[in-house]
Design a protein around this ligand. Structure first.
Ligand SMILES: N[C@@H](CCC(=O)N[C@@H](CS)C(=O)NCC(=O)O)C(=O)O
Length: 237
């Protein structure tokens, strides 16, 4: 695709992907699409990107994905959406390093940590962003209680990543949010070395990975897009 700019309401649809070409429909700053970009990079899968504006959606997007959410994959006439579903599909269909364990209990362990992430961690993080004072402190406490499950999982696994010696499925699904935590979790909401030694070591190791560096943006960019949604932020006119 010649442009990274987002298709918006009223735009003509792009040509369908050429046979054999994998297409990711994305939004440059979406943490869920970021999950899928990380998996594509980690597995060295070639793909093209079509960016859409998720606040002023192009009408044609609804005929590809009824939810019109990113990430959405188009692959040989098939459509796959929902970030975790996309990531499992990519892991199963494409060669390269396997990100999800085959062993049923190991796979269940990853799924359960993902459920803790959704129910206890990310929901309370979002709450810290829209509350103040005591309510915000309570949300941060609940966020840390959730995060302590991940801290324990890393400690008991005895490896740098949830996936073992290299990042796996869960590492890539939570990493985009850690990049965004940098915008608000500081000062009295900072994660401390005393409470989260494993998580902070994991974060440093993740942020040092080439695929993570290749897919992310800096904190100032996330903060600017958080303050003023613009899917084309940073692109020249
Ligand atoms: N559960 C979805 C969430 C995806 C999502 O909410 N993406 C946002 C952009 S960050 C979106 O497409 N929003 C448009 C909408 O909610 O209608 C997933 O994991 O893929």
């Amino acid at each position: 695709m010649p442009t990274q700019k987002a298709y918006k309401t009223g735009s003509s649809p792009p040509e369908p992907p050429a046979p054999g070409v994998l297409r990711l429909i994305s939004m440059r700053f979406c943490p869920f699409a970021h999950r899928t970009r990380l998996v594509l990079a980690a597995k060295g899968i070639e793909y093209e990107t079509v960016n859409v504006c998720t606040k002023s959606k192009p009408e044609w997007f609804f005929s590809i994905n009824p939810l019109a959410k990113v990430p959405t994959l188009q692959h040989d006439g098939k459509v796959v959406y929902e970030s975790l579903v996309c990531n499992e599909y990519l892991d199963r269909v494409f060669p390269g390093r396997k990100l999800l364990p085959e062993e049923p209990l190991e796979k269940a362990r990853i799924g359960m940590l993902q459920a803790v992430w959704d129910a206890k961690i990310i929901s309370n993080y979002m709450k810290t962003k829209r509350t103040e004072g005591e309510e915000r402190q309570d949300a941060f406490k609940a966020f840390k209680e959730g995060l302590s499950f991940l801290e324990k999982a890393l400690a008991s696994g005895g490896k740098p990543f949830f996936g073992g010696d290299e990042p796996g499925f869960l590492d890539y699904s939570v990493c985009p949010f850690f990049e965004r935590f940098e915008t608000t979790l500081h000062g009295d909401l900072a994660l401390t070395q005393a409470e989260f030694p494993k998580i902070l070591g994991w974060k440093a190791a993740m942020f040092d990975r080439p695929e993570v560096k290749a897919c992310g943006f800096d904190t100032a960019t996330y903060a600017a897009v958080l303050a003023n949604y613009d899917p084309d932020f940073g692109l020249s006119a």
